[in-house]
Design a protein around this ligand. Structure first.
Ligand code: ZN
Ligand code: ZN
Ligand code: ZN
Length: 334
């Protein structure tokens, strides 16, 4: 099962892949991030490397100046400070402690992202984005934000509605609108669908990846016909905007999944927005072709990150303090 060269991944719990347009590239200085024993900051370090290396995010965030400041628990200020260090510090490895503390203080009531405790990188990434919205959007609600300068909603958010339409009796459910920062898909469903799709085709084609993701996210999710004709219906998701960055979160159904290799083989590096959803409404989205630039992997209770430096056309591997250029892709059974 392969759509394109350059497969990679490992892991057992979360595997966000980040897709962006191929245009607008620049080189961001790469540095490692400290994770002392007991800190368990690898989930945050991975999310942070993704945000820093995404050209679209880094540039837009640099232009933001005013915000609602939360003093010592301000995620906006902590992120600004580490971005300045990424850009100008002569150190090769930076501490992410200030952001770690701000995150812990902000989410103290929910008992999420607390100091010394391991957490989920994809959820950390989502929550940092939502906090940036909070700091700059003047108390606009998360699900109706249209502020032009709000990077999370303008560049990352997928504005969707889902609906069931019955081809048997013609009944349809009320459209349910929602916004998501990460599109989550089960790895089990992904692998099952990959096998099924290849059974009906002679050879894999590049556009299959988006279709595979679409099938994998809807196939097990059957609803009763809203007109009660007895038909079981697949949900239809319609994308109403054209986000510049798409984040896919692959969810492992167990701690000891044996699907890692199959998942790797079913990943593609090009994603057409029009294939990912039942329908896209914007012309820009219909034509959008996104390229894989970042992957966060989870293996052995540890997160690490691969990121594609578009300008030098090289993949870089970030494992906390360690930064390595990827020379050869090798898949190994660990
Ligand atoms: Zn602040
Ligand atoms: Zn917003
Ligand atoms: Zn029906």
């Amino acid at each position: 099962m392969s759509w394109k060269r350059n497969y990679f991944a490992s892991g057992s719990s979360g595997l966000p892949g980040i897709f962006t347009p191929r245009t607008m590239t620049s080189i961001a200085p790469s540095k490692g991030l400290i994770n002392e024993p007991g800190q368990n900051s690898c989930f945050l370090n991975s999310a942070l490397q993704v945000l820093w290396h995404l050209d679209i995010f880094r540039r837009s965030f640099r232009q933001l100046t005013t915000h609602k400041c939360m003093e010592d628990s301000c995620i906006f200020c902590a992120l600004k400070s580490i971005f300045v260090q990424f850009q100008f510090s002569s150190e090769k490895v930076l501490p992410s402690d200030a952001l770690r503390c701000a995150l812990a203080k902000t989410f103290q009531d929910e008992q999420r992202f607390q100091l010394g405790i391991m957490d989920d990188a994809a959820e950390c990434f989502e929550n940092i984005l939502m906090r940036i919205h909070f700091h700059i959007s003047d108390e606009t609600k998360e699900d109706i934000c249209t502020a032009k300068h709000c990077i999370p909603h303008q560049k990352f958010a997928m504005t969707l509605f889902e609906q069931c339409v019955c081809s048997n009796c013609g009944a349809s459910s009320d459209p349910l609108p929602f916004i998501q920062m990460v599109h989550y898909i089960s790895t089990t469903s992904l692998c099952n669908q990959a096998v099924r799709m290849l059974e009906c085709r002679e050879k894999p084609t590049p556009d299959m990846f988006g279709e595979l993701l679409r099938n994998a996210s809807t196939v097990g999710d059957l609803r009763n016909c809203p007109g009660n004709c007895g038909e079981k219906l697949r949900i239809r998701r319609v994308l109403m905007n054209s986000p510049e960055i798409i984040t896919i979160g692959l969810v492992w159904d167990s701690d000891h999944s044996d699907l890692a290799e199959d998942v790797i083989h079913s990943l593609g590096t090009v994603l057409r927005l029009g294939d990912l959803f039942y329908r896209v409404t914007e012309d820009k989205a219909k034509q959008a072709e996104l390229y894989l630039v970042g992957v966060v992997c989870y293996y052995g209770k540890h997160y690490s990150t691969f990121f594609f430096q578009t300008k030098i056309r090289k993949w870089i591997y970030f494992d906390d303090a360690h930064v390595k250029e990827v020379i050869i892709w090798a898949l190994c059974n660990q």
